[in-house]
Design a protein around this ligand. Structure first.
Ligand code: NAP
Length: 305
């Protein structure tokens, strides 16, 4: 297996470090260091770990951060009241509500309640609409991080055939918009796509975001293609040890031109992009308060004028 690896492996951490350095430099030019508030409801172990990681990274790059850890029984009204307070607080630049939420809270109601100018996850309908209109202000972190990774490695996006496997609101759909805005010809595949291999073989840039371990096999990949593996799947080996694998079979490294590893590929980009979005949100709010024109922000940048 994999004896003749030829793909260039695109490790995430050095690229994430470049993105963070840029974000930190921009933050230092603002009148106050950007402040990210993360809200977590309940004690889901994965959420606890994700929130801890995001807060730690924010601290490392010098952003102010606050975590509100609310009990599992928190009502929707209580959460919405907290979001309202954070929306009104000029000292808060970014608000992230860690998903998933407990069953008694409607996710859509919460995501719609966040001020679009503080919506560092980019899930508010106004930000989603602006992204599809080609005027993104705050963009979902994993797709935006993937675009940064592609640009960093000089991958030609304009004119390329891009295929995304997965159509979630978190990854597939916003990534389709970003690639389209960057002049790729984009196909979005999903669980009902017929002959997935025939579709993926067309891709110069193939992004796997399905949550299916090893879904993409070598014969599904055009030789020399850039393959981005978004999948994070916990599997248990025959020795009973748990480990993380992606959606791309390791033997794809024999065919692809470039390939992101799992772990250590897209994952670090997601956290870095969250902090870059926090700086972006602070820039947006500062520009609005001081009446400075900030280009390419569409309606979101105009909200408070
Ligand atoms: P999701 O909401 O479950 O969506 C999965 C998508 O993949 C759906 O559109 C589904 O199609 C499609 N799909 C599932 N099985 C398929 C198959 N056999 N063939 C073709 N399409 C298939 O998942 P998600 O939130 O987008 O996450 C996807 C993966 O990325 C997960 O492993 C997740 O852990 C990982 N992830 C990683 C990061 C990171 O930072 N690295 C961030 C976010 C997510 P239907 O729509 O037809 O059901």
């Amino acid at each position: 297996m994999n004896a003749g690896i030829k793909a260039q492996i695109l490790a995430g951490p050095p690229v994430a470090a470049a993105l963070l350095a840029d974000a930190a430099a921009r933050a230092s030019r603002l009148p106050a260091l950007p402040h990210l508030v993360i809200v977590r409801v309940g004690d889901d172990p994965a959420s606890v770990s994700y929130v801890r990681g995001k807060a730690r990274k924010a601290g490392e790059v010098g952003l102010r951060n606050t975590v509100h850890a609310l009990p599992e029984a928190t009502s929707q009204a209580e959460l919405l009241a907290l979001i309202d307070t954070l929306n009104r607080d000029d000292d808060v630049n970014g608000i992230l509500v860690q998903l998933p939420l407990p069953a008694q809270i409607a996710e859509a109601a919460v995501l719609h309640a966040i001020d679009p100018r503080k919506d560092v996850d980019g899930f508010h309908p106004l930000n989603v609409g602006e992204l599809w209109a080609g005027r993104p202000a705050l963009t979902p972190c994993t797709p935006a991080g993937i675009m940064y990774l592609l640009a960093h490695h000089g991958v030609q996006v304009a004119g390329a055939r891009a295929v995304i496997v997965g159509r979630s609101h978190l990854v597939g759909r916003p990534l389709a918009a970003l690639l389209l805005n960057a002049d790729a010809t984009v196909t979005v595949a999903h669980s009902r796509t017929c002959d997935l291999g025939a579709v993926t073989r067309e891709a110069d840039i193939l992004i796997a975001a399905a949550g299916c371990p090893g879904l993409i096999t070598p014969e599904m990949v055009k030789p020399g293609a850039t393959v981005i593996d978004v999948g994070i799947n916990r599997v248990v080996s025959i020795e009973g040890k748990g480990h993380l694998v992606g959606d791309v079979h390791p033997d794809v490294a024999d065919v692809a031109g470039m390939l992101t590893p799992v772990p250590g590929g897209v994952g670090p980009m997601t956290v870095a992009q969250l902090l870059a979005n926090t700086v972006r949100a602070a820039e947006l709010q500062h520009a609005v308060r001081s009446d400075v024109a900030l280009p390419e922000t569409g309606v979101v940048g105009e909200l408070a004028r």
